[in-house]
Design a protein around this ligand. Structure first.
Ligand code: I3S
Length: 128
């Protein structure tokens, strides 16, 4: 939760651990590579933090030293990804820049909460 704390000034709306893979970059399809990310929904962005590979596997590295990527949700689209993965509970996020991600949780309720929260931000930005 250290990562989320440093973002408090940006209105953290949701944070948690999800399975994640990027499937396209700038409209170009990528090879899937699923991994666990710490995901933070804050302000207009979805931010991914890599799980720490250090000696304490349960700890997340501090935001300042952790490789991260950030997705601008303005104009993005979110759908269920039933045809894009054999896994259950997968959502598909597409950005205006043609980056695409799959996010997955084994808990249906968890991914539904994420879908609701991300859609909320996308809708708010659509209205601006
Ligand atoms: O859509 P795909 O290509 O069936 O996705 C699977 C592959 O990316 C696979 O990796 P390799 O092709 O390197 O073996 C992954 O291990 C699978 O998890 C991918 O499928 P799912 O259905 O799990 O998203």
């Amino acid at each position: 939760a250290g990562a989320a704390l440093t973002l408090s000034s940006q209105e953290v709306q949701k944070a948690g651990q999800l399975n994640r893979t990027k499937i396209a970059e700038g409209g170009r399809k990528l090879r899937k590579s699923w991994g666990v990310s710490w995901v933070v929904l804050a302000g207009n962005s979805l931010i991914f933090y890599k799980e720490s590979k250090g000696p304490a596997p349960t700890a997340w590295c501090p935001a300042s030293s952790c490789p991260e990527s950030s997705v601008d949700l303005r104009g993005a689209a979110l759908d269920w990804a039933r045809e894009l993965s054999s896994k259950k509970n997968v959502i598909h996020l597409r950005t205006v820049t043609g980056n695409e991600f799959l996010l997955q949780s084994d808990q249906e309720a968890t991914i539904q909460e994420w879908a609701r929260a991300i859609r909320g931000v996308i809708r708010r930005l659509d209205l601006e």
